[in-house]
Write a protein that binds this ligand. Structure first.
Ligand code: SF4
Length: 417
């Protein structure tokens, strides 16, 4: 499908940004792969961010930590490398269950040019057979927080075995229960072999090769998709699985790629679609006609805007996205209402001026902007919450709409209270 260029008016902005960095993705990745450990090589700021983002996890045996670069490390790379080796040896001695160790780069490690790829090679030699050491960057320089997952998955791809067998590969972290449901539905449709990246155990990586058809569950995995295509996989082009219609189209695109009859798809999915539409109806009553401004944060903005306008009747004032991968977003862009104002990148002051001028009913934004906007009388929704919530699939459409209806209901209650 080609991009309906007339559908989207692009504004490109470059200025101060208000987004979390890629370290944040450790919060959902470490839950997905409990046998992996994420070691951030960074500063005390990085340690604070990850501990407060992951909240209570520090009370359990955590599956992430920070190798803190002190002043001495910042002055000399030799010290930093030695310190890192010592820390990793200690960690592995204490935690025999760790099978995969991700060294996660940060702004400070990038600024001092600490080569974590080399460090991973060295540590792999030292701990060969005991643990696999990988590296990726979660730095906030020029990235947004969901790109952390893109980096982590790309680090896993070289380790994936090859295969020529026909299979569906779902790519992107899903809640386990949602994944089970979707895999069950694909199998009911007639797709026998369904694998997932990331897997639930870091050592049980799926295979990839010319028989693999790859279906993205998250829209922010550009680098991962390209690397898998380089390994022979074929990308299934589809909207993303948000909302009843988006999820149905996503599953139908996979079924078509496997040559399954549309009648079979209708037979399996139509009862779910009916139920999903019924679940949406009460939320639609709250959302229809309300004006929505989406500020760039998670890279989920375009599929969410499509869902909220087409299925919930919201009016889109502006749809912001940190980065626009036109190839991976083509099907979504084609579904946006004609004339939608689309902005790429961020210049936070300019965007806030446009928000204030438009006075939308609801603003989707990062945590840092939500409080000031609420104080100015606007209802907000935190975009990071959508990355942590189980929102994929037809069955979740009602819950997804509810996440947007709730702040409007609350503000309505306050106004009449
Ligand atoms: S990686 Fe950079 S942006 Fe993220 S917490 Fe560390 S210093 Fe801050």
């Amino acid at each position: 499908m080609t991009v309906a260029a007339s559908n989207a008016v692009s504004i490109r902005e470059n200025g101060q940004r208000e987004v979390f960095c890629g370290l944040t993705s450790i919060v959902w990745l470490h839950r997905r792969m409990p046998d992996a450990f994420f070691l951030v090589v960074g500063s005390r700021t990085c340690a604070h961010l990850i501990q407060s983002a992951a909240g209570v996890m520090i009370f359990a045996e955590p599956r992430f930590g920070t190798a803190i670069l002190g002043e001495r490390d910042l002055a000399g790379l030799a010290d930093a490398n030695e310190e890192l080796d010592r820390l990793v040896a200690q960690l592995l001695a204490r935690r025999p269950e760790i099978r995969t160790l991700f060294l996660v780069g940060s702004c400070p490690s990038e600024v001092i040019k600490l080569d974590l790829a080399k460090a991973a090679e060295r540590l792999n030699r030292q701990h060969s057979g005991r643990v696999m050491v990988l590296n990726y960057s979660g730095s906030g320089i020029e990235t947004t927080f969901t790109q952390g997952e893109d980096g982590a998955l790309q680090a896993l791809i070289p380790l994936m075995p090859g295969t020529e067998e026909s299979q569906l590969l779902i790519v992107g972290t899903l809640a386990d229960a949602v994944e089970d449901r979707l895999v069950g539905l694909f199998q009911k449709l007639g797709i026998e072999r369904v694998a997932s990246l990331p897997p639930r155990r870091s050592t049980e990586l799926p295979a990839v090769g010319p028989g693999t058809r790859l279906l993205l569950a998250q829209p922010f995995l550009s680098g991962t998709a390209r690397a898998l295509v380089d390994r022979g996989a074929e990308l299934i082009r589809a909207p993303y699985p948000f909302g009843v219609e988006g999820s149905r189209a996503w599953m139908a695109a996979a079924a078509a790629a496997f040559g399954l009859a549309p009648e079979r798809v209708a037979e399996v999915l139509d009862p779910l679609v009916e139920r999903g539409r019924r679940a949406l109806a009460p939320q639609r009553e709250v959302l229809a006609g309300k004006r929505l401004f989406l500020l760039p944060d998670s890279q989920l903005e375009i599929p969410l805007a499509r869902f909220l306008s087409l299925e919930c009747g919201m009016e889109l004032v502006e749809v912001g996205t940190p980065y626009l991968d036109r190839q991976l977003m083509a099907e979504e862009l084609a579904l946006l209402p004609a004339g939608t104002r689309l902005s790429e990148g961020q210049h936070v002051d300019n965007q806030l001026e446009r928000v204030r001028a438009a006075r939308p009913d609801l603003v989707l934004c990062g945590l840092g902007l939500a409080n000031p906007l609420e104080a100015e009388g606007m209802a907000t929704k935190w975009s990071i919450e959508l990355v942590f919530s189980p929102i994929h699939g037809i069955d979740q459409a009602g819950d997804l709409a509810e996440l947007f209806a709730r702040p409007l209901r609350r503000r309505g209650a306050l106004a009449f209270g």
